[in-house]
Write a protein that binds this ligand. Structure first.
Ligand code: UD1
Length: 381
């Protein structure tokens, strides 16, 4: 059997690592060989956004890199489809495996289906209901086209059934990201927080690095266009961080290239980098992020993956969105997150309330570290 699997952007890498490892294990144990080809579309290309994760998670170098880079959505999708079609015509795989909800997920599943190649989607069935999110469009199209849909939780399976996807295509296998978390948490735990800060601090950051953060810090990540692309939204959030959130706690912020660019465009960069309690870091590695998450008093994020990691680690989390495609992470479903959107009143109220909450790890069904093995078994069958 020949499988081509596809990655494109940072959140894909922690999902593909366990899948590749499970294929290697299968090949070793049964002395059979699944022929596997890894394609990177090259949507994320900075060392810190891409290569560093391959090294840290032991992912083999991509066999093929399409090097599509940045661009508008149409540009990214179009360039990927043109380049990926050539790969498929040359290698003729039995299956194309896509993960998550980035532009690579959509463009490669459409290209494969047009050539009558079977598609398997890992992390299927997630729905935010928000069609202004590029990722929601990617999820809907990919799931509609996929022959085999692996869901991380029961709510996602139910979404697919409601949409009329035949039940025999849907397989509830658990969350593959948690395979990566479980495999790497021991290594992450050994890292020193101060060392992570010193190794990744953005030059010019006023935080001197000589004071200790003493586990009294907020951890934040932001990258969604809905939060960072408009000054009307981003400005007041920065103001809240500068004046209120940092009164008694340090703020550690590994900054995404999109957020960094927008801070500069809106003239907000200097006030952030000059603030003594804001620790601005370059994008950090997987283990570094896991370590900072383990020690944080509170997480502020608009990332889907971090909401899930917070659940398993128990870090109280404010999700800076009005909706989530991952409702199992919410407090009302037993998780640790609460949706706060980008309304400052609401963020303030929940921030100070959440600071009083204790860590409370929760583990949805089958988030047990063995999802990838289940997936490979099913594909083979
Ligand atoms: C993409 C994904 C999103 C995912 C996020 C994680 C889609 C539609 N979005 O959004 O689902 O949560 O990645 O990071 O696929 N840039 C760099 N260096 C890089 C990569 C990007 O500087 O290595 C810059 C780009 O030039 C661009 C900006 O960052 O200006 C945004 O990159 P882009 O790939 O368009 O989308 P993300 O916002 O990262």
């Amino acid at each position: 059997m020949k499988i081509i699997s596809v990655v494109g952007a940072r959140p894909n890498f922690m999902k593909i690592a366990p899948f590749i490892r499970a294929i290697e294990k299968y090949n070793l144990s049964l002395k059979k060989s699944i022929q596997h080809i890894l394609v990177h579309t090259g949507q994320h290309y900075d060392v810190r956004m891409s290569e560093a994760f391959f090294t840290a998670l032991g992912i083999p170098n991509p066999d093929i890199n399409l090097e599509i880079g940045s661009g508008s959505h149409a540009e990214q999708l179009g360039s990927t489809m043109i380049a990926f079609e050539k790969v498929l015509l040359e290698h003729k795989p039995d299956w194309v495996v896509v993960v998550g909800d980035v532009n690579a997920t959509l463009s490669c599943s459409v290209t494969a289906k047009k050539l009558n190649i079977k598609v398997c989607h890992i992390e299927a069935g997630l729905r935010s209901g928000d069609m202004s999110m590029p990722e929601e469009i990617n999820r809907l199209v990919t799931d509609r086209l996929s022959d085999l849909l692996f869901t991380p939780d029961i709510l996602s399976s139910e979404n697919l059934i409601t949409e009329g996807i035949p039940r025999e295509r849907i397989q509830f296998v658990g969350n593959i990201m948690i395979d990566t978390l479980e495999l790497n948490r021991g290594k992450a735990k050994k890292l020193e927080i101060e060392e992570i800060i010193n190794n990744n601090l953005i030059p010019g950051c006023r935080y001197a690095g000589v004071q200790s953060v003493n586990n009294a810090y907020t951890l934040m990540t932001l990258h969604r266009p809905s939060n960072v692309d408009s000054k009307k939204v981003f400005g007041p959030l920065i103001e809240f961080l500068l004046t209120e959130a940092t009164k008694n706690l340090k703020l550690i912020w590994p900054i995404h290239p999109r957020a960094r660019k927008q801070l500069k465009t809106f003239g907000l960069w200097d006030s952030v980098i000059d603030h003594p309690s804001i620790i601005l870091l370059e994008p950090i590695g997987y283990h570094e992020m896991l370590r900072l998450n383990m020690g944080a008093r509170i997480m502020l994020t608009d990332s889907g993956g971090l909401q899930e990691e917070c659940s398993v680690l128990g870090t109280p989390c404010l999700t800076l969105r009005w909706n989530t495609e991952r409702p199992v992470t919410l407090r009302k479903h037993g998780g640790v997150s609460v949706l706060v959107g980008n309304n400052i009143e609401r963020i303030r109220k929940e921030f100070f309330h959440t600071l009083m909450l204790k860590r409370n790890p929760s583990r949805p069904k089958l988030w047990d570290g063995h999802t990838a093995e289940r997936i490979v078994k099913i594909i083979i069958a």
